[in-house]
Ligand binder design. Structure first.
Ligand SMILES: Cc1cc2nc3c(=O)[nH]c(=O)nc-3n(C[C@H](O)[C@H](O)[C@H](O)COP(=O)(O)OP(=O)(O)OC[C@H]3O[C@@H](n4cnc5c(N)ncnc54)[C@H](O)[C@@H]3O)c2cc1C
Length: 643
């Protein structure tokens, strides 16, 4: 029974937000039996989007729906094999099987064919109903207006290595040119909009949305003047009105303005070592002697790397996030190379879509990067008999075994589960472009030491929620297009990036529909980082769609209600991208002993070829990134041996 609050928030409205309620599709039985035909059969009455077209599905998405994760989780829990059906032999045989259809897996398939011949046969298996891995698209159609967003990864840097540049060039992606041509950098500032902060009453004693005087340090938003031209006036306003204690205000101001050496007694090298082995939070509290409320205020500023300030080395907080407190220390660090970074309207899903077009031209009509943006994927074309590359979705690999004849490995047999049925197929080679920690379950015969090194990589849980709004007039009225909500349920609230490309136009005026992204970080201060990730993932998977929705509606209503936002009227759809296994693990002197002892990084031991199986995926680089996913794919393809 909806309460009065539910009614005000719009939780009782019939909007398109629940195609995948708690991860279970609300579609017909026929659609479930034949998901790739389902979209043709029915159209969503509100969004006019073909129901069942993966990027257009709302509700629980990302990798957080049972069809994507159930088999993998039962494999992990030891429940899969005792109940596994007998494997059906597909009688197919390929030159290469790639496990994982993210950027790395698609690149491996592409480079394999490019290097060895377009007629070489490749099967790509992925457990999701869409390709791209973390690089997936979300979309929503308001009448005639299409809005796009990334479901996960969005920043694309110009290629740093020859193979990255080769692949981007092959796909027709020229980052510096795109950045110059397609990004309307001054769009929001020309409307008087900029960065804001939402103080909540639970943490700060009052609900208050304000303009923020802080320089832009947040990872999510770069297309804006930095620092704001009227920063000092904004600081004075902020100091007057922010619901922070006087001590916290004073400390914040000095933190951002003083050029003091807080570690004068240490030599230069000692300073670096100290800042690398203490968290930014400790630095603020114990070295700069800030009021604890300063830490509450800055808590989420490092969420871009999936960790809170209590789990991020002070040095990294400075070098990567530009956080304050270091200006007086004369740290002559290598300047971060200036490089063009671009966001496609659907993030790096465009890269995945272009790779798919290279592999299976019929799946994505058109010929240029520009015409790909509005092109519709024909999912039925991904896995047709007779084509040299086939992408088989909703298929979880459960085993990969080197076949041995006469003491020599001769190919690989891969078993995968699709809709509860177990299949087996063979190939000359296999590239594992899935996550490192999955591989030991798939390759039981691997040496124990390699399995241990693979399992070292525990991913960060990331939540990326897209809210489809009828208009953004309240944001315009508040003069804010990006909100940091320290300690809020969602910590970053971002209006879409102002990018126009290939016939796609970003929302042009506050009266028009728009997509708003809301991000949540999962931190458990004080615990080991991997334990934080495990608990965060558990929390994420135990949160229902309704809870995510309620929090989003309530937070937006509280922040923007005074500017006319009505959660019940203004929100027309919600897509919750749960990435239980999000960012790859990155090393830090706060947690990784081998950095102190000088041991070999686990990812190097983890990615050693195993017979005819080689290992791609960004995990194999020991940190995540689109470029690295490409590098690792190239390495894995190069490592395949031919006898
Ligand atoms: C929310 C989020 C935001 C990000 N933002 C950025 C960004 O802005 N810029 C950037 O460069 N990077 C970003 N990243 C990092 C991103 O992980 C990498 O850039 C890159 O997309 C990783 O590609 P991949 O192919 O290596 O892995 P993935 O994209 O994870 O693909 C691996 C695929 O293998 C599948 N798989 C796993 N096990 C199996 C199995 N047993 N059988 C079949 N399939 C399996 C997985 O489900 C997945 O689809 C972000 C990541 C997340 C989660």
């Amino acid at each position: 029974m909806p309460t009065e609050d539910d009614h005000k928030l719009g939780l009782d409205r019939p909007v398109t937000r629940r195609d995948f309620l708690n991860g279970v599709a609300v579609t017909s039985a026929a659609a479930l039996a034949c998901p790739h035909l389902a979209w043709a059969a029915a159209a969503d009455p509100v969004s006019r989007t073909p129901a069942g077209y993966p990027p257009a599905l709302t509700g629980m998405r990302g990798s957080g729906y049972p069809r994507a994760y159930q088999t993998g989780h039962s494999l992990r829990d030891g429940n899969y094999w005792p109940q596994a059906p007998v494997a059906i032999d597909t009688s197919e045989t390929y030159d290469l099987i790639v496990v994982g259809g993210g950027i790395s897996g698609l690149t491996a398939a592409y480079l394999y064919q490019k290097r060895h011949g377009r007629d070489k046969t490749v099967l790509v298996l992925d457990n999701h109903d869409d390709f791209g891995g973390h690089a997936k698209r979300n979309q929503y159609t308001f009448g005639e207006t299409l809005r796009l967003s990334s479901a996960g990864t969005f920043d694309l840097a110009a290629g740093r290595t020859p193979v990255q540049r080769e692949v981007l060039a092959d796909l027709g992606i020229d980052i510096p040119a795109l950045t110059q041509k397609n990004v309307n950098t001054g769009f929001y500032s020309s409307l008087g909009m900029g960065q804001g902060v939402f103080f909540d009453k639970e943490t700060f004693g009052a609900d208050k949305l304000m303009k923020s005087p802080l320089p832009w340090t947040d990872f999510t938003y770069m297309y804006t003047p930095n620092p704001p031209s009227d920063a000092e006036a904004m600081w004075q306003q902020f100091l007057k009105d922010a619901p922070l204690s006087e001590a916290a205000k004073k400390d914040l101001y000095r933190l951002y303005h003083d050029r003091k050496d807080y570690l004068p007694h240490l030599s230069y090298d000692e300073k670096l070592a100290k800042l690398d082995t203490m968290s930014y939070e400790d630095f603020l509290l114990r070295v700069v002697d800030c009021d604890p409320m300063v830490c509450a205020f800055l808590r989420d500023k490092t969420f871009g790397d999936g960790r809170g300030i209590g789990s991020t080395p002070a040095l990294l907080a400075h070098t990567r996030f530009g956080l304050p407190g270091f200006d007086g220390m004369a740290l002559e660090l290598e300047p971060v190379a200036e490089e063009a970074v671009y966001h496609f309207p659907d993030g790096n899903a465009t890269v995945a879509r272009l790779l798919v077009r290279k592999l299976i031209p019929a799946a994505l009509p058109g010929h240029t990067m520009e015409d790909s943006i509005l092109a519709h994927v024909d999912y039925a074309a991904l896995d047709r008999t007779g084509q040299s590359c086939r992408i088989r979705l909703s298929s979880t690999a459960v085993k990969a075994v080197n076949l041995t004849i006469g003491g020599k490995t001769r190919g690989v047999e891969v078993e995968y589960s699709r809709d509860g049925i177990l299949y087996k197929t063979t190939a000359a080679h296999c590239v594992m472009a899935c996550w490192n920690f999955v591989i030991p379950y798939l390759c039981p015969e691997m040496p124990a030491e390699q399995k241990e090194a693979l399992a070292y990589n525990v991913h960060t849980p990331n939540l990326w929620l897209n809210v489809w709004l009828r208009n953004w007039k309240p944001f315009h009225k508040a003069g804010i297009n990006f909100i940091n909500a320290p300690n809020g349920y969602y910590s970053q609230i971002i209006l879409e990036h102002p990018i126009t490309v290939g016939g796609y136009k970003h929302s042009q005026s506050p009266d028009e529909p728009i997509v708003l992204s809301m991000l949540r970080g999962y931190v458990r201060p004080g615990l080991d980082i991997k334990e934080q990730f495990r608990l965060g993932r558990m929390e994420m998977y135990n949160t229902t769609f309704e809870e995510f929705e309620r929090e989003a509606r309530s937070q937006l209503g509280r922040a923007l209600g005074p500017y006319g936002f009505d959660p019940a009227e203004d929100i027309v759809g919600i897509t919750v991208n749960r990435w239980g296994h999000g960012y790859s693990y990155w090393y830090s002197a706060l947690y990784d002993e081998f950095l102190k002892t000088g041991g070999e990084p686990p990812h190097l031991r983890a990615r050693v070829p195993f017979g005819n199986i080689t290992i791609a995926n960004t995990d194999a680089a020991g940190i995540c990134g689109t470029g690295l996913a490409i590098d690792m794919a190239a390495r894995a393809v190069d490592e395949l041996t031919f006898s």
